[in-house]
Ligand binder design. Structure first.
Ligand SMILES: [Zn+2]
Length: 187
């Protein structure tokens, strides 16, 4: 399959790996993205297969880039799948093991069926096995307690956690990224 260069824009993420702006999405043309790479202002998170060539250069076009310098946003961190995983450093809060994002789930500490809400303080990252093992029980019933108390993180905390994870490990395409960044509905 061949793509025209115009169909290869780059999604721009802030230094904490969230889109710079969500509505509308922050998107740069391939020219701006390539320029920013050469000015050393961005990291390449993900690339298209499409290659551009000049006499002394050959590179795959970036599909997702992240700014090296964090642009402060006034918003508190959005309550998203991605940010919950990032707060919990992509590790199961029950067994403590780290997993790729697609192997992680959410656990409601107080199950929804028991009145638990979908909020920062009641949602933790859990692997499938632990989630299944805990089921619809309270921590004291299951004897399973989160390793870290689940608080609402600050932007700074997420930014610091984000630094310890190579972003291309977390998501390979826009689609993945945007899925993880979908805002969760607080219930
Ligand atoms: Zn686990």
């Amino acid at each position: 399959m061949s793509w025209s260069l115009e169909s290869c824009p780059a999604l721009v993420l802030n230094a904490d790996f969230r889109p710079l702006s969500y509505f509308p999405l922050s998107i740069w043309s391939w020219q701006d993205a390539v320029k920013a790479v050469f000015l050393n202002r961005v990291n390449i998170v993900s690339q298209y297969d499409r290659v551009v060539r000049s006499p002394n250069l050959e590179m795959r076009l970036p599909s997702v880039i992240s700014l090296k310098e964090y642009v402060p946003t006034s918003r508190r961190p959005a309550f998203t799948r991605f940010n919950v995983f990032l707060r919990d450093t992509f590790s199961c809060q029950y067994c403590g093991r780290g997993f790729p994002a697609h192997d992680l789930t959410f656990d409601h500490i107080v199950p929804r069926s028991r009145g638990g809400r979908t909020v920062w303080r009641n949602v933790v990252t859990a692997c499938g096995a632990c989630n299944l093992a805990k089921g619809n029980r309270l921590p004291r019933e299951a004897k399973m307690y989160p390793r870290t108390p689940p608080i609402e993180p600050s932007s700074l905390q997420l930014q610091e956690n984000g630094r310890s994870f190579p972003p291309n490990f977390l998501h390979e395409s826009w689609r993945d990224f945007l899925y993880w960044d979908t805002e969760l509905d607080p219930v």
